[in-house]
Design a protein around this ligand. Structure first.
Ligand code: GAL
Length: 438
């Protein structure tokens, strides 16, 4: 199988946005990014006996895939002590704060997790990560990682991280029994339909939509904007071609407030897993979450896909794949650089990706994965990602389309917006933040 390289305008917009952002960044520290190969191997293997791996993958649903990959790594390097320096908190909100302090203190781990796209750019700009182009050449990865993905991690023809997966953001998870009990035929195709269903569900004593901390609200926001505006206008929000203050965007933001009004935000869950629990328990119908949720339902909670839980694209996003990708870096000054290089070799390999992704609830970033491993829920993203008809867009909450200061400013404006419901004020704040960060 192969990734189709010509799938509609939306992904092209991502590429254009990124090349503009990257051009503005101007590239990393040439000295730090040595461009040399690892030295590992010449003398029979890496000499370091410790490897510190930094991620936010803790807890059920997030840690199983990581563990599968770390186990394989441990098998290949039995003399290396693996230090799993994970910081709890979905979407990396806590981990990224800890990482920032460590990088500022010149205390990098040996490899750390970053989303591809805008989230990685400040690190490249500041020379915090090494140029990995030589590793791509050694491993032949340019032939198996799609160009759209490479564009998101390349500056001045240099490639700066190793993507291990592709996750999908625009998903509506639900409990079919709760719908049936309330006399609802199936999940809503539009947010208007969701609002109608929400009343029925509430009359039946159910929570229509569950929600967690701010990043899950941002995750919901991106998918309401996508469903209401469509892929082209959604991507235009991130390259200045869609006016945040336009009536269409204000109406989509008003819809977000209405949707949240049918959630349990008064008792927002502490993270994404407890936001899913009321659905499993039959107290709530829906949750908008990425496909790491499948691992929580299926592996951690042993539920049966389609019968005990089910999923569809979030309202208004049929035929659209809102994607994100976890990647790993080689930090400048990594204390155990030789073993970190071996880790990256595994993360980028076919064996590594086929070990990690079926457990993680994601599909490989490589085009040569073994399709037969991607069954159950995973058959759907595998097929959609590879379909010519699918339109790709990038996630906001998971670093593809906004990063750095712009992203931080969106977060603080969103906190105020969720409290006030003032769409116009939020639109103006984001527009100004976008302009200030150009
Ligand atoms: C995303 C990340 C996923 C998953 C999720 C929940 O940002 O890309 O791999 O970990 O957060 O923590």
């Amino acid at each position: 199988m192969s990734i189709n390289r010509n799938r509609g305008f939306a992904m092209a917009v991502v590429a254009v946005v990124m090349s503009l952002v990257l051009a503005a960044c101007g590239g990393g520290d040439e000295e730090a990014a040595s461009g040399e190969s690892s030295e590992a191997g010449a003398s029979g293997g890496p000499a370091s006996t410790e490897f510190e791996f930094f991620s936010w993958w803790t807890g059920e649903g997030d840690s199983e895939g990581k563990q599968a990959l770390l186990d394989l790594f441990a098998e290949q390097h039995p003399d290396v002590e693996i230090v799993d320096a994970a910081v709890a908190g979905g979407a990396g909100t806590n981990a990224q704060a800890v990482l920032t302090s460590r990088l500022q203190a010149n205390d990098p781990p040996d490899s750390y997790q970053r989303h591809v796209g805008a989230e990685l750019q400040p690190d490249i700009e500041a020379g915090l990560v090494e140029d990995l182009t030589w590793l791509y050449d050694e491993e032949g990865w340019r032939d198996v990682i799609p160009q759209e993905m490479l564009d998101l991690i390349t500056v001045d023809d240099k490639i700066y991280s190793v993507p291990v997966n592709i996750h999908r953001s625009n998903l509506l998870w639900y409990n079919p029994a709760v719908l049936e009990e309330a006399g609802i035929d199936g999940p809503p195709a539009t947010w208007d339909e969701f609002l109608q269903q929400a009343q029925t569900l509430e009359q039946a004593g159910k929570v229509a939509l569950t929600i967690g901390p701010l990043w899950t609200q941002k995750h919901l926001l991106e998918n309401v904007l996508l469903g209401e505006l469509g892929p082209e206008a959604y991507m235009g929000l991130w390259d200045g071609t869609t006016d945040w203050e336009s009536p269409e965007v204000i109406a989509a933001l008003d819809m977000f407030t209405e949707v949240l009004g049918h959630s349990n935000i008064d008792q927002a869950a502490a993270d994404w897993q407890p936001a899913i629990d009321p659905i499993i328990e039959g107290d709530a119908a829906y949750n908008v979450m990425g496909d790491w949720a499948n691992t929580y339902f299926e592996t951690a909670q042993s539920l049966e896909f389609e019968n005990e839980y089910n999923v569809t694209t979030s309202p208004g996003t049929d035929g659209i794949f809102n994607f994100l990708s976890d990647s790993f870096t080689l930090p400048t000054g990594a204390p155990h650089r030789d073993i970190a290089v071996e880790w990256l070799r595994l993360a980028g390999s076919q064996e590594g990706q086929d070990t990690f992704n079926p457990v993680k609830g994601s599909i490989p970033a490589r085009t040569d994965a073994h399709e037969s491993l991607y069954t159950g829920y995973l058959a759907m993203p595998f097929e959609d990602w590879n379909s010519e008809d699918t339109q790709l867009v990038g996630s906001l909450a998971h670093g593809v389309v906004a990063g750095g200061a712009f992203n931080t400013e969106i977060d603080s404006a969103l906190g105020e917006f969720v409290a006030s419901g003032d769409s116009a004020a939020f639109a103006t704040a984001v527009k100004e933040a976008y302009e200030a960060n150009q």
